[in-house]
Design a protein around this ligand. Structure first.
Ligand code: GMT
Length: 392
């Protein structure tokens, strides 16, 4: 279903040595960067991940994948441990040893900033240094660029990168507005490659204590404030009389701060929380719909993941979500905070399994055809080659 965008001439082009710098933790930008590195390695490029830990979703035994650890600087001379300086030094070392063609940094600070410093060091040492591509993921702009103590660094780091990409048109516009920059920004959307389930939906439901006839909504996130977890819980508070409607939260962070709200709303029997789940495919496949209540989302990887497994999504119409979700076709979009409207729709869908299946099929088709590895990775490859030809 994924359109094949790699032409024969692209396939025959020289394979690249690519450095990828990302946060290794369970977070949208790290997941996207890791997925991209794995897909590029499958296409024959040599991928050098640089970070303080191996990215959590990275299988280091895969061919063409290398990991270079940055040792953090815990000098007693410094009151605060520093990461940017040793990261810059590691970038120079890896570039020199492996002759990188491209250094692709995910998240502006401190990754793009360290790359700038590394480039300057390499220049003064007469060491060849690759072209730097910075990918903006959202919070580096929508949250950090509002902080005047870091905004000038973000702006400078972006403007001095050879190439800059944003994961949605919405984020591109936010960046131009927040930084008042004229820097050219290429929109390359995120992608997701679904994995085969290793457990049946019925066994997953059984392990969670959910009956086959229960209507199960799922939510995947790091529970940050921007995800509006109180709204998510309030939706299920509104329909708590329907005991067969359940909410499963796959949490990338501690849920304890929300437990008192669950009690207060009287929904402890209907909400199940699982922490740091890696096999998300097994849980999404066992669910009926996805529910996402963010007040801001440059893209929304959890939503794309949910859609990829053929589940319709109810989400807020914010940021870049409407660039891949189609209201009324792949699920439904609501204004942020419109808890009543969300609750009404959950209830409606719980009574209409035929519609759930139809919307789910549309969601899967949309995710697989527009936001799949073959299409998006080819866009990155073409962008790298363009940058390498214009930036030298
Ligand atoms: O908010 C998150 O889930 C984490 C955050 C991050 O910085 O990793 O995610 C951002 O990047 C993701 C990958 O490109 C996007 O899917 C998320 O929408 C974006 N988060 C926000 O904009 C709040």
């Amino acid at each position: 279903m994924c359109p094949h965008h790699t032409t024969a001439s692209q396939k025959n082009k020289k394979k690249l040595n690519i450095g990828i710098v990302c946060y290794p933790t369970v977070g949208g930008s790290g997941i996207v960067a890791t997925g991209l590195g794995i897909e590029l390695a499958k296409r024959g490029h040599k991928i050098h991940f640089i970070s303080y830990d191996p990215p959590f979703a990275l299988d280091r035994k895969l061919p063409n994948i290398f990991f270079h650890k940055v040792e953090t600087n815990g000098h007693e001379l410094f009151k605060y441990p520093d990461y940017t300086l040793p990261l810059a030094v590691k970038m120079v070392d890896v570039s020199k040893k492996y002759k990188l063609d491209i250094l692709h940094v995910h998240y502006a600070v401190p990754h793009a900033t360290a790359a700038l410093l590394a480039k300057d060091i390499a220049r003064s040492e007469k060491i060849p240094f690759p072209d730097v591509v910075t990918t903006l993921h959202g919070t580096d702009i929508t949250l950090l660029a509002r902080d005047t103590s870091v905004m000038p660094v973000i702006k400078y780091s972006i403007e001095t990168s050879c190439g800059v990409t944003a994961v949605s048109q919405s984020l591109k516009e936010d960046t131009i507005k927040a930084l008042k920059t004229k820097k050219e920004i290429e929109v390359i959307h995120n992608f997701y490659t679904p994995r085969n389930s290793t457990k049946s939906a019925s066994s997953v439901r059984k392990s969670l204590g959910i009956a086959p006839t229960d209507f199960l909504a799922i939510h995947l996130s790091n529970l940050r404030k921007v995800k509006r977890i109180p709204d998510l819980l309030a939706i299920f508070g509104k329909i708590k009389k329907e005991k067969h409607i359940k909410l499963l939260i796959l949490a990338g962070a501690d849920f304890t701060p929300y437990e008192s709200l669950v009690q207060k709303l009287g929904i402890s029997g209907q909400v199940i929380v699982k922490r740091d789940v890696l096999d998300v495919e097994n849980y999404i496949n066992a669910a009926d719909i996805g529910v996402y209540t963010s007040e801001e989302e440059s893209f929304g990887m959890g939503i794309l993941e949910t859609m990829s497994y053929g589940k319709p999504v109810l989400a807020t119409n914010v940021g870049g979500i409407s660039e891949f979700m189609q209201n009324g076709k792949t699920g439904f979009l609501f204004g942020a905070g419109k808890v009543d409207a969300f609750a009404k729709k959950v209830l409606e869908l719980s009574q209409n399994p035929t519609l759930v299946v139809e919307l789910g099929q549309n969601a899967k088709e949309r995710a697989h055809s527009g936001f799949c590895a073959k299409k998006i990775v080819a866009e990155y490859e073409a962008y790298y080659r363009k940058i390498m030809s214009v930036c030298r």
